[in-house]
Design a protein around this ligand. Structure first.
Ligand SMILES: *[C@@H]1O[C@H](CO)[C@@H](O)[C@H](O)[C@H]1NC(C)=O
Ligand SMILES: *[C@@H]1O[C@H](CO)[C@@H](O)[C@H](O)[C@H]1NC(C)=O
Ligand SMILES: *[C@@H]1O[C@H](CO)[C@@H](O)[C@H](O)[C@H]1NC(C)=O
Ligand SMILES: [Cu+2]
Length: 406
């Protein structure tokens, strides 16, 4: 019903994008407004999907109805008590014993760590692969379910809108301001650190990133005393060094949560224009994913890498162990939201055909592997489950899901 209108909207927005604006701040504000319009359209079309009879067929008997629909919201829009309820539930997950047996993942001490261990184990088959978006959609969903069913959380998973923190600066954003209602803030400042250098070890043109304003343990907020138990596995560190725990990727290695907030990464790779152009100019899922993750060696991090490297620190710059930073889930909710907005511009084409998956089954197709399909299975070991068909994870209002973003 919305399709002709949307097509016009997209054309109009693409045309005004091309004209551009000379003033970055005005540009950012008008891009934010266009993004808000697209998000509102997605919110409405997703609700149309829930009530359409097609939805049940496509999602294999989904029971999602408007009355069950849960709404994920931006962190900064939550009330103080809602933020505190979320933080309390995360700390609860960090206090419950792991499901992983110590013989399988000795470093997994808590239910929170179960999620880190399963991500470390599968890193090379869930990034730069066709299942990247679907795998992470279900991953953060089972995390949200664990907060609810094991820790009494009543809300939904919040997200961190990078396009907003690109304007305020990370240290002033409600996610990272270090207050009692944040995900904790910056790490203690370590002066005179050299740049982070990406890609050089792989023989690619190097990408230099500033080291950020922190580097040490976080100094305030709810996660000031938390222990990161797993990793590092491949931690990009100042001076172009990649650090890994010699005892192995799943060994026990308790240490503080470190951050090094890096506005440069947020502003250069995950600003409002980055998000808007990703959504409006990616014709197919392969382009969308490669732009979002950043083609290695291209000098681009994409919004995905941009968000991760904005947090900096350990585990923030470690593609394997990054879910050990509790802000990971807010970042990946925004990744999921961006994909969702893009999908809702053309739901049938972008949800329920093999062309909605793209790429192959191995990291950058190394070693070469067959194309990913909707029939590929994803599984999360001791983090939770059950295993799912990728095709059942393509719509947020069918298969196991029943949520939208506002
Ligand atoms: C790692 O992943 C493989 C393949 O999915 C699985 O068979 C194995 O049990 C997993 N190990 C851990 C520690 O999760
Ligand atoms: C916003 O991000 C895009 C890349 O997505 C980049 O080309 C542009 O320079 C960024 N804008 C600013 C002001 O840094
Ligand atoms: C996707 O590809 C697989 C493997 O080639 C095939 O079995 C399946 O029918 C395809 N699904 C759709 C919806 O095209
Ligand atoms: Cu990941």
């Amino acid at each position: 019903m919305h399709t002709p209108f949307l097509a016009l909207l997209v054309l109009a927005q693409a045309a005004s994008l091309a004209l551009g604006s000379a003033v970055p701040r005005a540009q950012a504000e008008s891009d934010l407004e266009r993004l808000a319009n697209l998000a509102q359209q997605a919110f409405e079309t997703a609700q149309d999907d829930v009530t359409s009879s097609d939805n049940v067929q496509r999602g294999g008997g989904s029971s999602c109805t408007l009355s069950k629909l849960s709404i994920r919201r931006e962190w900064g829009t939550l009330s103080t008590s809602d933020k505190k309820a979320y933080i309390t539930a995360v700390k609860c997950l960090q206090s419950k014993p792991a499901n992983y047996p110590a013989s399988v993942a000795p470093g997994a001490k808590t239910r929170f760590d179960d999620f880190v261990a399963t991500h470390i184990n599968q890193t090379l088959s869930i990034h730069y692969t066709g299942n990247f978006l679907g795998w992470h959609r279900y991953y953060i969903w089972i995390y949200e379910q664990a907060l609810r069913s094991e820790c009494g959380y009543k809300g939904s998973l919040p997200y961190w809108d990078w396009s907003k923190s690109a304007i305020t600066g990370l240290a002033k954003s409600p996610v990272f301001d270090g207050s009692a209602t944040s995900m904790s803030g910056d790490g203690v400042a370590i002066p005179n650190q050299p740049d982070i250098v990406l890609g050089a070890g792989l023989g690619l043109p190097p990408l230099y990133l500033p080291p950020g304003t922190g580097g040490g343990c976080v100094t305030s907020g709810p996660f000031v005393d938390m222990k990161v138990n797993l990793g590092p596995v491949a931690l990009d560190s100042p001076g172009g060094i990649s650090v890994s725990n010699p005892d192995g990727p799943l060994a026990y290695n308790p240490r503080c949560l470190k951050r090094s907030l890096t506005d440069y990464c947020n502003q250069k790779f995950a600003n409002a224009t980055s998000v808007l152009s990703l959504i409006l100019t990616s014709p197919d899922i392969t382009t969308f994913q490669m732009t979002m993750e950043g083609v290695p060696g291209s000098g681009q991090l994409g919004v995905h890498g941009g968000g991760h490297y904005s947090m900096g620190g350990d585990p923030g710059r470690d593609v394997f162990a990054s879910p050990a930073d509790p802000a990971f889930y807010l970042h990946h909710a925004m990744i999921d939201r961006t994909w969702w907005i893009w999908q809702q511009l053309s739901p049938n084409k972008r949800q329920f055909t093999n062309a909605s998956v793209g790429l192959t089954r191995t990291f950058m197709n190394m070693p070469p592997s067959p194309p990913a399909t909707l029939d590929d299975m994803v599984d999360y070991s001791y983090a939770g489950g059950p295993p799912r068909r990728l095709g059942d994870l393509m719509s947020t209002t069918s298969g196991p899901f029943c949520y939208v973003y506002l």
